[in-house]
Design a protein around this ligand. Structure first.
Ligand SMILES: Nc1nc2c(ncn2[C@@H]2O[C@H](COP(=O)(O)OP(=O)(O)OP(=O)(O)O)[C@@H](O)[C@H]2O)c(=O)[nH]1
Ligand SMILES: [Mg+2]
Length: 498
């Protein structure tokens, strides 16, 4: 029955004991090389422990009893079947997309039982999958005992409801799944607020859809397909819910703005101190946190799970010539990152796009690294366009060279001539990366106003040779100079700044 559907088969996804696992063996090297290098229990390891202890337990009810945002966050996705519509690209790309959905589902705590892809020009307007395929999906749900279907796209509220009516289990889309992972992983106050805001944004137009599906799960409600003219207590509840949600959203937005200004102050201080900043961006699971750890010795959480990191971590690091810079690791991106999330995380992302240099980390062992690069650049461009600025210069870093296929790497080297190839695990290429960074950061001059004591004539000489002097006067205590100088020199002049 499933031949006509492109099934990804059982073995690809099913954890063999049916238990819910984080992607792969949860006991396997949580911190990779970075954790080996440390003896103390780091923050990252503690976070990982927390996260593992919170893993979902199979067999809990998946019923939702209400339709408020609180219950939405308690979605239980356990035994899931994936469904994708393949509209463009090769079949390999379509399968990779569904595999990524499986990794997302597993990160959210589900066991993936099966996956199906349907080839269509575009998703069915009414039911996402065509009605025949939707009926087949119902069969798969029955035979596997799945309690949830996850669709590989963003479905309209009506599509979700219509498909639920056919498959008779909960249907959620990729957006809801990603939001669910973010909700599980958010730890800081700001991160939690941002995720909640994104969830509400997503929920608002879907309240009715959820309501219908839920009342059907609860045993059906007379006239629930009534549609037009459906008024009464239920409707009033939805209206109340909507108003409550809008109010909470407005409050959250205010709170997020306030938290951003606190971070802005910190950043302004760094800028005044002329410490250059480097932001690590990249696809989720590319190894951004591993690279931060490798470059700075920080014990940030590293996990073979998608969206392990949500909150920005900033660490001081120094280049070989002693110059200091700050390195920020932050949330990863994914193809079709829900717009609600980009919106809610805007303040975090803007900080990233304000950096002096972007280190764009790419998983060199991925099947389609160029697709990852494109997805990441799309999000960054979206953010800087809103800001009305241009993105900072980007340094492409192809990571995981230890795990990548040498042929694929050779191709990448040709396709991406400016990129640096590294392995955060083995440390290969990190020296070259530091050199590149030193080069990029050195090129950017900063303006300084200093008064150098007469005893330090050598510094005045360096300002003249390395920088561009725009003003110079001789005061009682020393030479007062206004000049554009490289960061490296600015750092040594810091104590004489006016
Ligand atoms: N083989 C290999 N694996 C790596 C390397 N760098 C990172 N990894 C692994 O890739 C996985 C993800 O690493 P993270 O550093 O958490 O990746 P991330 O980009 O911070 O991921 P998110 O925060 O989830 O977006 C972990 O299992 C790491 O051990 C590398 O150089 N080689
Ligand atoms: Mg990370």
């Amino acid at each position: 029955m499933r031949q006509s559907t492109n099934s990804l088969g059982h073995n690809d996804f099913t954890p063999d004991d049916g238990a819910i696992e984080l992607n792969g063996d949860p006991l396997a090297e949580p911190g990779g090389q970075a954790s080996d290098a440390r003896t103390d229990v780091s923050v990252g390891e503690l976070q990982l422990e927390d996260r593992t202890s919170l893993r979902r337990v199979a067999g809990l009810s998946t019923e939702l009893t209400d339709i408020t945002e609180v219950e939405y966050r308690q979605l239980r996705l356990e035994k899931v079947v994936l469904a994708g519509v393949w509209t463009q690209g090769t079949s390999a790309q379509a399968e990779a997309s569904l595999r990524e959905l499986a990794a997302l589902a597993e990160t959210a705590g589900s066991a993936v039982l099966d996956g199906v892809i349907q080839r269509r020009d575009k998703p069915d307007a009414a039911t996402y999958l065509g009605s025949g395929k939707a009926a087949e999906l119902r069969e798969i749900v029955l035979s596997t005992g799945a309690d949830t279907v996850i669709c590989d796209g963003e479905l309209t509220p009506a599509q979700l409801t219509a498909l639920e009516k056919i498959v008779k289990v909960k249907v959620i889309d990729r957006t809801a799944l990603i939001l669910d992972i973010f909700a599980q992983h958010a730890t800081s106050r700001e991160g939690k607020a941002q995720v909640t805001l994104a969830q509400m944004e997503y929920m608002l137009p879907r309240l009715r859809g959820w309501g219908e599906a839920l009342s059907r799960q609860a045993g059906g409600r007379a006239g629930s397909n009534g549609g037009v003219g459906l008024r009464g207590p239920g409707e009033t509840k939805i209206e109340t819910d909507r108003r409550r949600i809008r109010e909470r959203m407005a409050k959250l937005k205010r709170e997020i703005r306030a938290m951003k200004s606190a971070r802005d102050t910190k950043r302004a201080r760094r800028q005044r101190n002329q410490v250059p900043s480097v932001a690590i961006v990249g696809y989720t699971n590319a190894g951004k946190s591993s690279l931060l750890n490798a470059l700075t010795g920080a014990g940030v959480l590293v996990q073979n799970a998608l969206f392990a990191t949500l909150d920005p971590t900033t660490r001081r690091a120094s280049l070989d010539d002693g110059r200091e810079y700050v390195l920020t690791d932050t949330v990863g991106f994914v193809r079709h990152l829900p717009t609600q999330l980009v919106e809610a995380f805007r303040s975090t992302l803007e900080e990233v796009t304000d950096a002096d240099v972007l280190v764009h980390v790419v998983d060199g062992s991925d099947e389609f690294p160029l697709g990852q690069i494109k997805a990441v650049r799309e999000v960054i461009n979206e953010v800087v366009e809103e800001q009305g600025t241009t993105p900072p210069p980007e340094l492409l870093v192809i990571n995981k060279t230890d795990a990548a296929d040498p042929m694929a790497l050779a191709q990448l080297r040709r396709a991406l001539p400016g990129a640096v190839f590294v392995s955060a695990h083995s440390g290969a290429g990190l020296t070259a990366l530091r050199e590149q960074l030193a080069d990029r950061l050195g090129r950017k001059d900063v303006e300084v106003l200093v008064e150098v004591p007469y005893a330090r004539g050598e510094l005045v000489a360096r300002i003249h040779t390395e920088g561009t002097v725009t003003g110079e006067t001789h005061e009682a205590e020393g030479t007062r100079i206004r000049a554009h100088v490289p960061y490296s020199l600015a750092a040594s002049l810091q104590e004489f700044a006016l």
